[in-house]
Ligand binder design. Structure first.
Ligand code: ZN
Ligand code: ZN
Length: 413
């Protein structure tokens, strides 16, 4: 293909917000100093965006599927497979994947601590992971990885597995681990396997030396796991199959990495990248520039700090996260402005006033050195309403980005 650019999607998680009465009735994007976002707004085309659809409050994973060009209603596999992929497990089509917690249970399988104290050493993680990963239950193989703190991901691989089963996690201490039941007849095998798994994992973990050691130190033993978020990994056409592009994800959280890998992006790791305000913005900029220069056709960069600050109700931190992301983008533009088409946006609004995701549309701006400008001068929820693209949906982002980048073929002769 001739004259192509790298399509760059920059997502600030939960960046959209509402007017803050105690800050002059402005949104965090309006308050923040964002010279680079504003340059894009002045020179590019803006819109408001309903990421999944009007009135629908997006979860981050479903929202990102839409931004990647996949209808979440058709393709959303559940949180388990996305977390598993993000944690580095090879979840295959037909497998059922879960999120997992280490937990403490008593001899009657009553939950004493849903997080088994939350803190684990590397050695403890390794011992717990080794005990569970590779277990076989009937004809089903268990893949397991311990990730952060008490968290992990688990994949069941075998014939005839379905995700339609009831939960084992009672979500409360003082209650027994629940017996999983099939929610449709052909999921009976999966429920049986999960129930056996809960028992067998308990018997294995109970006697691990690291757990005896934890008890000696006054810590709750990780003598059980609680799995949840079951999802069946279905096959989807990858970005490469759909658009013939090579794509990369630069993100700090397992869910975002997993959602990107689900559609075929390669995970590019960045030293010091986390899901917090302390993430290394300079290294993210540097790695993004490297990806552009090394021939990736599409690069997705995810910043989580905006959403964390929103869930915490921390206005100053949300503004700071926006400003640091703006500075980061400035470095990218300085280095590779003539090689890219950019879209800057959020995956949903997370108003500081509610601390939860909301259906309010988010601003988006498309920029390249050849895209026609509109009258918008600033990047914000209020300004974007006057943009040339009016109101779009998340599913429109990929075609627009890839069309401008030169990866969508001419329709007709
Ligand atoms: Zn999100
Ligand atoms: Zn959130």
């Amino acid at each position: 293909m001739s004259d192509t650019r790298t399509a760059l999607l920059l997502v600030m998680d939960g960046v959209g917000d509402r007017l803050l009465p105690d800050r002059g009735n402005r949104t965090p994007l309006q308050i923040a100093s964002t010279p680079n976002f504003d340059t894009l707004a002045r020179q590019g085309q803006s819109a408001l965006m309903n990421v999944i659809g009007p009135g629908i409050t997006p979860g981050s994973d479903a929202a990102h599927l839409a931004l990647f060009g996949y209808d979440p209603v058709e393709t959303y596999p559940g949180r388990g497979p996305l977390e598993a992929l993000g944690a580095g497990l090879d979840s295959k089509p037909g497998s059922v994947a879960f999120r997992s917690n280490f937990a403490t249970v008593d001899d009657d399988f009553v939950v004493v601590d849903r997080r088994a104290g939350r803190e684990f050493t590397e050695e403890e993680h390794a011992a717990l992971q080794a005990a569970i990963d590779g277990m076989v239950i009937d004809d089903v193989k268990v893949h397991f990885v311990a990730t952060v703190e008490h968290r992990g991901a688990l994949v069941l691989e075998g014939p005839g597995l379905y995700a339609d089963i009831s939960e084992v996690d009672p979500h409360e201490t003082g209650k027994r681990v629940l017996i999983s039941k099939p929610l449709r007849p052909d999921a009976k095998k999966t429920a049986d396997v999960v129930n056996k798994l809960m028992r067998q994992v308990h018997l294995k973990l109970r006697d691990l030396p690291i757990n005896k050691d934890r008890v000696d130190r006054g810590l709750p033993p990780a003598n059980a796991i609680l799995v949840r978020g079951a999802g069946r990994h279905e096959e989807v056409a990858s970005l490469e199959e759909k658009y013939h592009i090579r794509s990369a994800v630069i993100a700090g959280g397992a869910l975002y990495i997993g959602t990107a890998k689900f559609v075929g992006m390669e995970h590019v790791t960045v030293e010091g990248q986390t899901g917090t305000i302390d993430t290394n913005f300079d290294n993210i900029a540097q790695k993004t520039i490297e990806c552009v220069n090394s021939g990736y056709n599409y690069v997705f960069v995810h910043i989580k700090a905006t959403d964390n600050a929103s869930h915490d109700g921390n206005t100053d931190e949300k503004i700071l996260a926006i400003e640091r992301t703006d500075t980061m983008l400035g470095k990218i533009i300085d280095a590779v402005s003539d090689k890219i088409v950019i879209a800057v946006t959020g995956d949903h609004s997370t108003p500081l006033s509610t601390r939860e995701h909301a259906c309010d549309p988010v601003p988006i701006v498309f920029w390249s050195d050849f895209i026609r400008p509109d009258d918008v001068e600033r990047f914000s929820e209020i300004d974007a309403a006057g943009g040339a693209l009016h109101t779009i949906r998340g599913l429109d982002v990929m075609p627009l980005l890839l069309g401008y980048s030169g990866y969508i073929e001419k329709f007709g002769a």
